[in-house]
Design a protein around this ligand. Structure first.
Ligand code: 1HE
Length: 268
């Protein structure tokens, strides 16, 4: 569950990141609003340190951004001095960090608003549930800057949008607004201005109440099944289903439902 007030998380972060814990939820904020939360190396490596250092009792993470925008993407001021081998290792560094987010220990809910562009969209796409305020808009300005996505966007974004929509965004500079982003799967929730963090915390609170094993299966097994051939996928599903239902916590929860001690599914 989320606590209303935060307390400190014992992890060393750069000034461009701020973190706190609210009960079982860790909240990390991109805190470089003067540069529109552009992602420089210290920030991306700081995200790695944050996820590496999550205390064992944290059960979900919320990611959000300070100021008018979620993130303006890659810090473009870093590019001018980088040669080709350095460019490859920089992109591989982003892959490593974003993989730790996607395939980490706990689910991550992102609250987005304003610009969610370039590497900022790649970062959000590595997280598991995305809430968009109505101000959110999405762009891949790499095309017009003469560069290319490098934070896993070519892999993750076509799975959300489709290859041809990503091509259109990169070739023509097309942007999508928050409502379109919801329809396309760039976000899962659309929410009024200023409400994104509260909604993300509410969702993270629900996630934190799931069993760790179910959250693990959803984060690590489901996407692998989705990438598999159907026969392997069905087999993996059967194995995971059997493992999950064999867990004592699952048995206790099923028993609670049968004894009418657990909430029913409610549609509001
Ligand atoms: C930056 C960056 C940045 C802002 N790197 N410094 N991303 C882009 O191509 C997006 C570039 N940014 C923008 O288009 C705009 O800044 C925004 C639409 C996001 C916001 O506009 P605005 O009017 O609120 O802010 P601003 O006046 O443009 O920027 C404020 C400051 O932030 C300014 O610095 P200042 O010292 O003059 O105050 C900007 O230079 C700075 N700033 N965005 C560095 N991105 C792993 S590969 C991923 C590849 C990509 O991500 S490509 C996409 C890059």
């Amino acid at each position: 569950m989320a606590d209303a007030t935060g307390s400190r998380l014992a992890v060393d972060l750069p000034p461009s990141l701020a973190a706190e814990r609210r009960g079982a939820i860790a909240v990390v904020r991109l805190a470089r609003p003067g540069k529109r939360n552009a992602l420089d190396d210290p920030t991306v490596l700081g995200l790695e340190a944050f996820f590496d250092g999550l205390p064992d009792d944290i059960r979900a993470v919320v990611l959000h951004g300070e100021g008018e925008h979620f993130s303006a993407g890659l810090d473009l001021s870093e590019l001018s001095s980088r040669d080709i081998p350095e460019g490859i290792s920089h992109s591989r560094m982003w892959h490593r960090v974003f993989d730790k987010i996607q395939f980490g220990r706990v689910p991550v809910v992102t609250a987005m608003h304003g610009a969610v562009v370039g590497g900022g969209l790649e970062l959000a796409a590595a997280t598991h549930v995305r809430v968009a305020e109505r101000s959110a808009y999405y762009a891949l300005p790499e095309g017009s800057r003469g560069i290319y996505v490098g934070g896993g966007g070519s892999v993750r974004l076509p799975r959300l949008l489709g290859v041809t929509r990503m091509m259109d965004m990169m070739l023509t500079g097309r942007t999508y607004g928050a409502e379109e982003g919801l329809a396309l799967g760039l976000s899962h929730y659309l929410i009024d201005p200023g409400q994104g963090l509260a909604k993300a915390l509410e969702l993270a609170g629900r996630i934190a109440e799931n069993t760790a094993l179910t959250n693990f299966a959803v984060m690590h097994v489901l996407p692998r099944i989705a990438e598999s051939d159907p026969a392997s996928g069905y087999m993996m599903e059967s194995l995971m289903a059997a493992i999950a239902q064999g867990d004592q916590e699952a048995k206790a929860r099923l028993q609670a439902f049968l004894e009418k001690r657990a909430p029913k599914v409610a549609h509001s």
